[in-house]
Design a protein around this ligand. Structure first.
Ligand code: GRF
Length: 217
């Protein structure tokens, strides 16, 4: 098992970041958050980085108006912190292909729908409700150049209830996001994730030992 250093990208509330930090604290995840990056100086989630004494950088549009420069700064910060696995946890920007390529197979994103349904937007929970689906959920996937289109690592489903609002559905999904993200990070650290085309195969422990060199890291 490796102990991958995590770089967590946030844009807002940061409840997924907090869930990761708490899982590490409970020793359910044997990793460490090496760096938190926010693209918004006022992101409430930065308080979790402060509370857990995790280094953080604000790399925002005001300081780096050009997206290319901004994403170059993000990459430099991740590299400098020795980050192995990048977690997009409530991150609201599409990453530049050069950044995705630099961390290919090492960027996880959490999306609040059962992909490929309701991909691409910032209102997936409201879209699911408006569409009338009876089941929704969340997806953790590897990030690629296709927005919300990378290989799926973990999905968790929730029911859509008769009296749901976008907010109640989002809250039910968010609780599952916290679980799914921790599970994906745990599987990555175990070396259990093996890319097979666009399928992510989850290897049993004995398989990890024998085909470790084929895993995604
Ligand atoms: C989550 O629902 C995430 O899936 C979506 O934005 C929300 C962020 O939540 N992309 P938080 O900032 O982690 O609390």
């Amino acid at each position: 098992m490796s102990r991958p250093r995590l770089g967590v990208l946030i844009s807002g509330r940061g409840s997924n970041l907090l869930a990761i930090l708490e899982a590490i604290d409970r020793r359910e995840l044997r990793t460490e958050v090496a760096l938190v990056i926010s693209n918004r100086p006022q992101a409430p989630g930065l308080c979790h980085a402060r509370a857990y004494h995790v280094p953080f950088h604000v790399i925002d549009r005001a300081s780096y108006p050009s997206r290319a420069d901004r994403h170059c700064a993000i990459r430099q910060a991740l590299d400098a912190a020795g980050v192995e696995l990048v977690i997009c946890a409530g991150w609201d920007e599409v990453l530049l292909p050069s950044l995705v390529a630099a961390y290919a197979g090492r960027i996880l994103n959490v999306h609040p729908s059962l992909l490929p349904a309701f991909a691409g937007g910032l209102h997936a929970q409201a879209d699911a409700l408006a569409y009338g689906v009876k089941v929704s959920g969340c997806t953790v996937h590897f990030m690629t150049d296709q927005v919300d289109g990378g290989p799926i690592v973990v999905q968790r489903a929730v029911p859509v209830l008769e009296d749901d609002t976008p907010e109640t559905l989002a809250a039910r999904i968010l609780a599952e996001e916290h679980q799914a993200l921790a599970e994906a990070i745990r599987l990555y650290a175990l070396g259990s994730l093996c890319l097979d085309g666009r399928r992510v195969r989850i290897l049993a422990e004995r398989q990890v030992a024998s085909v470790g060199s084929q895993s995604t890291h």
